[in-house]
Design a protein around this ligand. Sequence first.
Ligand code: ADP
Ligand code: MG
Length: 397
Amino acid sequence: MSEPGIGKKTVRDVDVKGKRVLVRADLNVPLENGAVTDDTRIRESLPTIQYLLHRGAKVIVCSHLGRPKGRDESLSLAPVAGRLGNLLDREVLFVDDCIGPEVEQAVARMSPSQVLLLENLRFHAEEEQNDPEFATQLAANADLFVNDAFGSAHRAHASTEGVTHYLPAVAGFLMEKEVRYLSALVANPPKPFAVVIGGAKVSTKIAAIDHLLPKLDMLFLGGGMANTFLKAVGIDVGSSLVEDDQVETARRIVAEARTQGAAVHFPVDVVAADRFAADAHVTTVPVGQVPHGYMILDIGPQTVQRYGAALQSAKAVVWNGPMGVFEMEKFARGSFGIARAIAGLKATTVVGGGETAAVVARAGVENEFTHVSTGGGASLEMLEGRELPGVAALQDA
Ligand code: ADP
Ligand code: MG
């Protein structure tokens, strides 16, 4: 399959030589005592930064980190500058603000193919307020804006939306990849197209299912949200999590799917527990035979096997939402089993959602997927078919 276009200009479409390029990256990494404990997000930002460096741009990188209330040295991006420098194998300059005379002077001293990291954008409350004056000041030190922070694209902040009013704005490679797989692919998927949905609550998934429904050929249900669907088709789920106000909606979705000739797959067996706890008493039973007082916390092995077999014919798969409470070992097998099953397919395979990405990483199969989204909230909004403000603001291709 040729890669679907995203309808927006990217770094490939602009001349960057000698230009001052402001890159909004997502460097919101976990820190412990001032040290970076997981540099995945820094690594994901490298292709765009390296591309710009190789073409002689002056690369000015900005990001948020955590949720500071004003200046907070424990959330400084300074440690990230060091790690970014190691990964790029070159010096990364750092200034301890993101706007103002210090930044202006540092940028004025830059040579082509140098990198400067600015301090945490959220040290200024104006960032999240999308304050036009603050956006103007951010833009003042650059000739071009590149947004590569997909994980923040669902927020209209000064560094994701505001700044695009003052600079030509294009997508970076990570942004392009995310939009390509979560929007362009889903809009026109290779068929048969399978959607696997799990997670805790059905209410948070309805918008995504409704958006995907007209395109899909197979719908696989798991996780806590499947309980509401099971109840909708008359299966007793014991003390499991059910959203009673969503039972009608679940019934409508199943009916609509069947009307259009799509297959809806329900769990056939489940792992049920007497308590929501890691050391609960656990039993694996056919669905509909959950003992009194027990709750469903994972899909069972038969279900994993059946889902895996049915998925074999899919040409594209989108997965959002774990199949069980994978944070506890006793309820993790369903999610890991589905992760391995999808990873093994010869299909375009895409994972969206923060916890689902964690499942795939823990199963050790993240490199076997076509794309694992780096954005939690942003990826779900994309699956809902919503245009993200940080994407909408970029120049059309
Ligand atoms: P994502 O972040 O990938 O979008 P969600 O946030 O929708 O996924 O769902 C993740 C959560 O769903 C996990 O924390 C998991 O423990 C929970 N979950 C999965 N199955 C069940 C279940 N049967 N009962 C209760 N919670 C569940
Ligand atoms: Mg989540």
